[in-house]
Design a binder for this molecule. Structure first.
Ligand code: SAH
Length: 253
């Protein structure tokens, strides 16, 4: 009897300890920590921000909100197991289906160019792994993202949810036509290269809104454009840098 009691006490103690340990990791919203990824590889993220983004020889990334997001989002949790070792390298990382997450510097440059503010509504074309969407969600809860490759859409939707990015809305489909149901958007970011700025996307932009988009042919050097819609609906565009993105496609095989 006494032994039974002892066993029960030990069991209850264990339960209490593991509950407390679990409680410690309960998510701060947004960006919950259900798989502990946020507390992993923090040093590598710091190094990435310091050496690749901040005060780099390229145009430096100076927007605090962008730097904070890059520091916080666990990039390694967005790439396949086999490529996790390279997650914080200064280059793109394959995510399957012939697609890649862009180099951290390009991701930061595009996010900074958006001048995204809390409360703004942003549409991303090319969800891929969901990494860029998570960064956007660190700045505003109003994130909408579209992906044409269904398995990538499914994996990213599940990943974003698991990591606590509950406000991000994902859609499987052709981003060329945008997401009229939720238009107009303050900002649009396209993470695949188009031959021109898709007309429906420009139409779904608010006056005063901005689009960041790589424009050019598949697998050749493209121009990363910042397109602004003025109050009367006119367009101005500026080339930020030269880039190489996977192409925007209108259908999948
Ligand atoms: N932003 C992503 C990486 C994008 S890679 C990330 O953070 O991981 C470019 C993505 O654009 C690919 O996943 C590709 O399937 C997708 N894509 C290509 N054409 C598309 C289209 N018409 N509509 C939506 N997504 C498209």
């Amino acid at each position: 009897m006494k032994t039974m009691f002892l066993m029960w006490s030990v069991a209850i103690m264990f339960a209490a300890v593991s509950f407390a340990a679990g409680a410690d990791r309960v998510p701060a919203v947004p960006g919950g920590d259900s798989i502990g990824a946020f507390s992993e590889r923090v040093k590598e993220r710091k190094d990435m921000v310091e050496t690749q983004l901040h005060g780099s020889e390229r145009t430096s990334i100076t927007d605090d909100a962008v730097l904070r997001a890059m520091l916080r989002v666990p990039r390694h949790a967005f790439v396949p197991e086999a490529n996790r070792a390279f997650a914080y390298d200064d280059g793109p990382v394959p995510i399957g289906y012939g697609q890649t997450i862009s180099q951290p510097y390009i991701v930061a440059l595009m996010t900074q160019a958006l001048e995204l503010k809390p409360g703004m509504k942003v549409l991303e074309i090319g969800t891929g792994s969901g990494y860029q969407a998570a960064l956007l969600a660190e700045i505003t809860p109003e994130v909408f993202t579209m992906e044409i490759i269904r398995p990538l859409y499914e994996a990213a939707t599940e990943r974003l949810d698991k990591l606590g990015y509950k406000t991000v809305r994902t859609l499987a489909g052709d981003g060329y036509i945008g997401w009229p149901e939720f238009a107009p958007f303050d900002r649009i970011i396209v993470t695949c290269a188009a031959l021109h700025v898709p007309f429906p996307l420009f139409e779904q932009l608010k006056p005063g809104g901005k689009i960041v988009i790589p424009v050019g042919g598949a697998f050749e050097t493209q121009r990363l454009l910042l397109v602004t819609k003025d109050e009367s609906g006119g367009r101005t565009s500026k080339t930020l840098t030269l880039v190489r993105f996977v192409p925007l496609v209108r259908s999948t095989p």
